[in-house]
Design a protein around this ligand. Sequence first.
Ligand SMILES: NC(=O)c1ccc[n+]([C@@H]2O[C@H](COP(=O)([O-])OP(=O)(O)OC[C@H]3O[C@@H](n4cnc5c(N)ncnc54)[C@H](OP(=O)(O)O)[C@@H]3O)[C@@H](O)[C@H]2O)c1
Length: 415
Amino acid sequence: MAATRNSPTHDLVVFGATSFVGQILTRYLADEFGTHDGLKWAIAGRSEAKLSALRNGLGLKAGKLPLLVADAADEEALRRMCVDTRVVISTVGPYALYGEPLVKVCAETGTDYCDLTGEVQWIRRMIRAYEKTAKKSGARIVHCCGFDSIPSDLGVHFLQREAKARFGKPCSEVRMRVKGMRGGFSGGTVASLLNVVKEASADPALRKELANPYSLCPEGYASSVRQPDLRSPQYDSDFEAWAAPFVMSAINTRIVQRSNALSKQAYGADFRYDEAMLTGRGIKGRLAAAGVTAGLAAVMVAGALPPTRWALGRFVLPAPGEGPSPEAQRKGYFDLRFLGRTDGGQELRVKVTGDRDPGYGSTAKMLGQAGACLALDFADSGRGGGFWTPATMFGDRLIERLTAHSGLGFEVIEG
Ligand SMILES: NC(=O)c1ccc[n+]([C@@H]2O[C@H](COP(=O)([O-])OP(=O)(O)OC[C@H]3O[C@@H](n4cnc5c(N)ncnc54)[C@H](OP(=O)(O)O)[C@@H]3O)[C@@H](O)[C@H]2O)c1
């Protein structure tokens, strides 16, 4: 049953504020927005004691930052939270295990929503199940507002805007290469990744769906354009370096294709996009590309088999709630290069950079600004309800926010 909403108390609620990334995000919002009337925000989660400890750790008094208690499976508690809130940010993952009730309630109550999921199969399920409801209620749902997939999606948006200004048309081919990055994984990300591998290994239909580059495009969207997909070490002459598969390309490429589909093919009907990781030149670069490819394959194989999946989660990878230290976040960074080419052969190069580790320090800032964008910039933007992508929902406005407040850079480069 759809609830009604009258002038909600909160502009923004962070659901899962006590998660590894939620705590970084909460500190960031406190630094950026304080607790004054400019942005009325609150933190939420399943444990009042943990939320209270987080608030005390920030040196904030009880009256300054409201706490809301709700379990991810308790629809009634989520509904009470949503009817009193304009935008919910969720960091409660793996989303495929815990995320559906909140998306359902947001779609029903007309509450805007953004998150950090990179789980293609779950996003597809949510779109199929709740897009009609969200369109009717006016809820704007924006998945993938972290390292996957904001730099890729907004990087392509930025490059295509420049291409149209310079060449009068978009690039029909864009290639993204990770030139450098430093950072670690958290337990939550590992749990989400292992859950995707587990679901896919048990379901051939899902494996087929995950292999489809257009799997997140609207139903009925037809494109016969074959998408490039680097799966083995290759020398990349455009970037004069060896390249290996990039683990996030499986989600980023799907989001970028959805952006093209939702924008009535603003990047062109024959648009091609791929991602890979550069590993350097010469024999060292070649060996590193082989190492990255083999390492990725080993994790996928180990993740598919129950005993090795258990051992990976138990002994090798971080547990839920763990992740890179504050120092590792500060020392982290990312540097992504994009090469666009029009069908006439004109070229444009762009770089997108971040000043913190990609998965946590930078991700928390991206997610916070995406939520702020929904709450402050696009409250009455005329953008209707439904499932958006970062580029189609936020576009240039989020690029402005990220460059001004989040240590990201978007620039055209030569050579
Ligand atoms: N896209 C990206 O770039 C990116 C980057 C980082 C993380 N992520 C994703 O973000 C998610 C969070 O990652 P993380 O490392 O921060 O995870 P985490 O530390 O393991 O935190 C998981 C959170 O979920 C909460 N939770 C679990 N079950 C719940 C329930 N039934 N009701 C309410 N809350 C519940 C936990 O609450 P308690 O605190 O009470 O235990 C905790 O706050 C993961 O899905 C991860 O894949 C994505």
